[in-house]
Design a protein around this ligand. Structure first.
Ligand SMILES: O=C(O)Cc1cc(O)ccc1O
Ligand SMILES: [Fe+2]
Length: 471
């Protein structure tokens, strides 16, 4: 689409806050003041509720909004399976749709297609678990696209979309208004909201976490206190915006049980003149995140970098945590500072928005991805390990800069889609990044001797003994 001015995208205003009851009107007086469903709404608008939780959900969890629109959403022709069908979306993960593997997986960045491809056609599922029909589970999708959606809107009846753009901006039109998202920002489009994606920069790609049956919330802060990590006020919600022109041939594309259905209507779904409620799309700039970290020794668990969490029914256990690894100071003393070697009962899908990742010297590229499933061993590659333990300045303060990696971490074990396993982007040599880790084991007496020397001169065992391979 044309320039920002033509689309009015250049001067967007937002409301700020997380979980607030927001309200917005594009025309003064369009929002009914004293009730939700007046017999006649201001300006002859229709009142329509969108519910993001059961009517009876506890008050503190209940999410819904009231939209005042020129025509109600129901004014459309029947839904039909979309032609051509989209074969690469999954919302029920079982033996016929996907496979299980405990192997460490890593993908190179996907090429953006050369043929015209919009956000819908460019979306493909990588992995996930559970079922959108059973309202429990999640899917990880990626997208690679190059053109704006035209006269159509997308919506997922399956779950909330958390989109992490890696390349190219997204200009989103939603029923609550418009949002501009740059790489380095994220956007959440809750289940059922219709939205259209413009790609002002052309070639674009990114990641999506879709959660079924729950919504993202801010993590508890526990002993961190009342402040820190992502602040409520940095979440931005759109202001009302509407299109009133007759629009014959407008298509609603609804993802429902992982399949796409289309319905025709003769108007834009972005015809909401005013709205209020707490069920809303929102965006967040990851550079606003206030990271916490160890200030003396040892490597803290990455949960301290949680931006948003979609809870499971078990307290403290996430269906999906969205965790980031932002620029920050590393100051820990006598500590192996990169991520530790580990096996996790949670499963970890990672992506890289820009820069390098502290655990991988090479092979994990911006736009690429990795998956370390439940109890699959992983950690720093050989080059990272060797460089870290031999670094003379390993206890000096060091600022990790120009980097933004993230993780979707889930308590459910993902199954992988066939096209992700067959993809030419899958790195068959990933395991080799650890194969070179050699034994640095020393016999007990020697170790005690070396420790004694190290204690007396402040060096670490590896820097004074590299090359002693007893493997
Ligand atoms: O595996 C990873 O790279 C993610 C990760 C980072 C970290 O700092 C600690 C644990 C962890 O799983
Ligand atoms: Fe990990």
């Amino acid at each position: 689409m044309g320039s920002s001015d033509e689309n009015g995208f250049s001067s967007l205003e937002y409301q700020s806050g997380f979980g607030n009851v927001f309200s917005s009107e594009a025309m003064g007086g369009a929002l009914p003041r004293d009730q939700n469903s007046p017999l006649l709404c201001p300006f002859g608008l229709y009142a329509e509720q969108i519910s993001g939780t059961a009517f009876t959900a506890p008050r503190k969890l209940n999410q819904r909004s009231w939209l005042y629109r020129i025509k109600p959403s129901v004014t459309h022709e029947p839904f039909h399976p979309r032609v051509p069908t989209h074969a690469h979306l999954v919302s029920e993960f079982n033996q016929s749709s996907s496979s299980a593997t405990p192997t460490q997986l890593r993908w190179k960045p996907a090429d953006v297609p050369e043929s015209p491809t919009d956000f819908i056609d460019g979306l493909y599922t990588i992995c996930g678990a559970g079922s959108s029909f059973l309202r429990h589970g999640y899917a990880v999708h990626m997208y690679a696209a190059n053109k704006s959606m035209d006269s159509c809107a997308f919506c997922s009846a399956d779950g909330d979309f958390l989109i992490v753009p890696q390349k190219g901006r997204l200009w989103l039109t939603t029923e609550c208004g418009r949002l501009q998202i740059c790489p380095g920002e994220i956007v959440v489009l809750p289940q059922g909201f219709r939205f259209s994606v413009d790609l002002p920069d052309g070639p674009s790609r990114g990641y999506v976490a879709e959660v079924f049956g729950t919504h993202f919330q801010l993590p508890e802060l526990g002993p961190i206190g009342a402040n820190g990590l992502a602040a409520s006020r940095d979440f931005l919600v759109p202001t009302a915006f509407f299109e009133e022109e007759h629009h014959p041939g407008y298509t609603i594309v609804q993802k429902f049980g992982g399949e796409l259905f289309t319905a025709k209507q003769d108007f834009s779904p972005f015809n909401v003149v005013a709205w209020h409620g707490n069920y809303v799309p929102y965006k967040y700039d990851l550079s606003k995140f206030c990271p916490f970290n160890t200030v003396l020794f040892d490597h803290g668990d990455p949960s301290v970098n949680t931006v948003l969490t979609a809870p499971s029914e078990k307290p403290g256990v996430a269906l999906v945590d969205f965790v980031i690894f932002p620029p920050r100071w590393l100051v820990a003393e006598h500590t192996f500072r990169p991520p530790y070697y580990h096996r996790n009962c949670m499963s970890e899908f990672m992506g890289l928005i820009y820069g390098g990742y502290e655990a991988k010297k090479d092979g994990f590229l911006p736009g690429g991805a990795s998956l370390h499933s439940c109890m699959t061993p992983h950690g720093p590659d050989t080059k990272t390990f060797e460089a870290t333990v031999s670094c003379e300045k390993s206890s000096e303060p060091f600022r990790i800069a120009d980097t933004m990696a993230f993780m979707f971490e889930s308590c459910l074990i993902p199954r992988i889609c066939p096209w992700a396993l067959e993809s030419p982007d899958l790195d068959p040599d990933y395991y080799k990044c650890w194969v070179g880790l050699k034994s640095h084991f020393l016999r007990k007496e020697v170790t005690q001797y070396v420790q004694k020397i190290n204690l007396s001169d402040g060096r670490n065992a590896f820097s004074s003994n590299r090359g002693n391979d007893h493997s």
